[in-house]
Design a binder for this molecule. Structure first.
Ligand code: CMP
Length: 136
């Protein structure tokens, strides 16, 4: 039985800067995640703080918000069967050093901060995150 979902992907500043957006989007497409909408934006630190507010108690929060607002990002709505989990599998572990071979973070991530992509961690958070960037 199919389980069509939407999820949000962010191509982070380190990957946009190295012109990896098309390569990353082709990984999504090849794995049956269709791109419903996408835009390249540059958000403020306050917007990043709002987006990442679930992490506000973490020691890395300030650095995380500075980083996401440090340069252009590409925000993408992905849709497909089990899209939330599939995107997380394609991204790999948060820390590129421990991400599996062939995952986006293993291929392109530089460090735990500059880990090239973000992906929603649940269907509920995907709705919140998509609404944050798109009027869908
Ligand atoms: P992301 O999936 O965008 O969600 C939160 C981000 O915090 C995470 O990717 C990492 O880039 C970043 N981060 C920085 N330090 C840590 C840490 N120690 N543990 C988890 N995430 C971290």
């Amino acid at each position: 039985m199919s389980n069509k979902e939407k999820t949000l992907s962010i191509i982070k500043p380190d990957a946009v800067e190295r012109n990896l957006s098309e390569k990353i989007k082709s990984i999504f497409s090849k794995n049956n995640l269709s791109i419903l909408d996408t835009k390249k934006i540059h958000i403020s630190k306050d917007e990043a703080a709002e987006f990442y507010k679930v992490h506000q108690s973490k020691p890395f929060y300030d650095q995380l918000c500075s980083y996401l607002s440090s340069g252009p990002i590409e925000v993408i709505i992905l849709e497909g069967d089990n899209a939330v989990l599939k995107n997380r599998e394609l991204m790999g572990a948060t820390d590129p050093k421990v991400a599996k071979e062939g995952t986006i973070r293993k291929l392109y991530g530089i460090s735990i901060d500059k880990n090239s992509v973000h992906g929603s961690d649940s269907v509920a958070n995907a709705k919140v995150e998509i609404n944050f960037f798109f009027k869908h």
